[in-house]
Design a protein around this ligand. Structure first.
Ligand code: S3P
Length: 192
């Protein structure tokens, strides 16, 4: 796949999933640089395809139209050359998208605790789902709804407030273990 993380396993994209504020773009960009793959941000691609910002898509066309566009754009990206892809927080909730990611990519859930997420999403006010009086309530609900699904990701890495490079190191280590498994090497057994 990629000399930095594995060897002969198929050429798969690496897809970052997780809630808003979990660090998918920041970690994804650094991960891509470290392992020598291209980085793509799904939200930016959706904006490009629509010629509108995410906020305007929600406002003018509604959330359902955004979700349809998101599904189409991610399917197109996954059909192309392997890359590191940061997805919007709702993307992995879509069954079709989840199945495509499962078939063509390795998924990485950046799991973050409520307090960390709240602090990070409070810094900016550009997310349509969080343009509400009670961000805490929305975040808690999204954690409840989405974490059981995010758990289906191939790899789960805790996203903390420390240096990004530490999180990237953890993702790379987990990818190495996963690709060693995929190649048939008994990586888990060796670790016992
Ligand atoms: C969303 C997350 C956003 C963006 C849209 C909807 C979600 O992306 O796709 O506002 O449903 O969680 P980020 O997770 O990159 O903020």
């Amino acid at each position: 796949m990629n000399a930095a993380i594995g060897n002969s396993s198929p050429d798969r994209s690496i897809v970052l999933v997780g809630l808003m504020g979990s660090g998918k773009s920041a970690i994804g960009r650094r991960l891509a640089a470290r392992i020598g793959m291209d980085f793509v941000d799904a939200d930016a691609e959706i904006e490009k395809a629509a010629g509108l910002s995410i906020g305007d898509i929600f406002e003018v066309h509604g959330e359902q139209a955004f979700r349809d566009g998101e599904r189409r754009v991610i399917a197109r990206l996954l059909a192309g050359p392997a890359h590191v892809l940061a997805t919007g927080g709702g993307a992995f909730m879509d069954e079709e998208t989840r199945a495509k990611i499962g078939a063509r990519a390795f998924s990485v859930w950046l799991r973050a605790d409520f307090d960390v997420l709240l602090r990070r999403v409070s810094r900016r006010d550009n997310r349509p789902l969080l343009k509400v009086d009670n961000k805490e309530e929305v975040l808690r609900r999204l954690i409840e709804e989405r974490y059981p699904i995010y758990e289906e990701a191939d790899i789960i890495v805790q996203s903390r407030d420390g240096p990004h490079e530490e999180t990237v190191n953890e993702v790379i280590a987990a990818l190495k273990r996963l690709t060693a498994d995929a190649d048939g090497a008994p990586a888990r057994d060796q670790a016992k």
